[in-house]
Design a protein around this ligand. Structure first.
Ligand SMILES: Nc1ncnc2c1ncn2[C@@H]1O[C@H](COP(=O)(O)OP(=O)(O)OP(=O)(O)O)[C@@H](O)[C@H]1O
Ligand SMILES: [Mg+2]
Length: 344
């Protein structure tokens, strides 16, 4: 069985009266790049904050390098954090410090006794170079573009050569070339330095390129885990809807968004009645939708793992596309719309 660096077990977290994480289970293996995808607000950043110990769960375990961050003393949690690099979604640079000072901060906080000023400056330059930033040490964060700030945050996250790096949307706000460069950096961190990495991203092209495995966060848990290929091949309706960016489907149905989105798409100011067709999106029914399989509609998290997820790491399987069910639901929605009913 592979070494497990992160082992989250039945983690629950309620925030603002809402169950954000609901018996979430996640295992990340040593040396792998695990990508977390999921809708905005699904709890991706909250999950990373648990891993780094910035948030503690209501219940459940969050083991990182064998230490349960949910119950660790401040000192033990700090010892684990020393082995982790964390790129915050916002970049989280200190506005009153120069870029050089920001990047060197983790070195000064933890290793000032061991590193002299020259070595610190050299390391800072080396990491800034890695993220393709030159001659910015003296600049203040406010003088940089959003994408540059993101890269400074990334340089800071890796400045101490951590064993585990958590990236919260490393490529958001970057142009396609900048995105490709960060993807390559993440790939080379894995290949050359054997770093274990967890990457939260909305960029499916990046996810496919960098991931060993991808986990889809849905309904407060890692709903699906598999290789990029598994993700593309699965017939699970939830995964399918997310990956193909479809408006109608189980992800948007519960919240009433399906109906709202379709209303927006079907009723642009100059449009005629759509008669049930969707505009500007994927077909309503996936072309590959098979007939319902036995077990379709059962609780996904309770089922065994897809074939690709190696031994000992149970994750939910793809749920079969229940095309008929979906068609019926859509019909109902259309009828409701015609009657002028409001979404539930
Ligand atoms: N400190 C907090 N207090 C209360 N609610 C919070 C807190 N942090 C996050 N939340 C809520 O938890 C939910 C998940 O937030 P999170 O930031 O993890 O989403 P996300 O999946 O990272 O979304 P995005 O893709 O937009 O970054 C959201 O509804 C958010 O409002
Ligand atoms: Mg987030």
């Amino acid at each position: 069985m592979p070494d497990i660096v992160i082992n989250i077990t039945d983690l629950n977290k309620n925030l603002g009266g809402k169950q954000i994480l609901n018996r979430l289970n996640l295992q990340v293996r040593k040396g792998e790049t695990f990508v977390i995808i999921g809708r905005s607000g699904s709890g991706k950043s909250v999950t990373l904050k648990h891993i780094v110990g910035l948030m503690r769960p209501d219940s459940g375990g969050c083991f990182v390098f064998g230490t349960d961050m949910a119950r660790a003393t401040r000192r033990d949690a700090e010892a684990v954090r020393n082995r982790i690099g964390y790129l915050f979604q916002s970049g989280a640079l200190l506005a009153s410090m120069s870029v050089g000072e920001n990047v060197s901060l983790p070195l000064r906080e933890h290793e000032s006794a061991k590193m002299d000023e020259d070595a610190i400056n050299r390391t800072v330059r080396e990491k800034l170079d890695l993220v393709d930033l030159d001659k910015v040490e003296e600049k203040m964060p406010g003088e940089l573009s959003g994408g540059m700030r993101k890269r400074v945050g990334l340089a800071r996250a890796i400045v101490r050569n951590p064993e585990l790096v958590l990236y919260d949307e490393p490529t958001s706000g970057l142009d396609p070339i900048g995105t490709a460069a960060i993807d390559d950096l993440i790939i080379s961190m894995k290949k050359k330095l054997k770093v274990t990495q967890v990457v939260v991203t909305h960029d499916m092209a990046s996810a496919r390129k960098i991931a060993d495995r991808i986990g889809l966060l849905f309904d407060g848990r890692i709903y699906f885990t598999g290789t990029p290929q598994d993700l593309d091949e699965t017939q699970d309706v939830v995964v399918h809807q997310f990956v193909h960016g479809e408006i109608a489907g189980p992800m948007t149905e519960k919240s009433g968004e399906t109906k709202r989105f379709r209303k927006m798409a079907d009723n642009p100011p100059s449009s005629q009645a759509g008669g049930g067709t969707r505009k500007g999106g994927a077909p309503e029914k996936p072309a590959s939708a098979p007939a319902p399989q036995a077990g379709a509609g059962t609780e996904p998290a309770a089922a065994p793992s897809p074939a690709s997820d190696g031994p000992g790491l149970p994750t939910p399987p793809p749920k079969a596309v229940d095309a008929k069910k979906q068609e019926e639901r859509q019909k109902k929605e259309e009828e409701g719309e015609k009657k002028g009913q409001e979404p539930a």
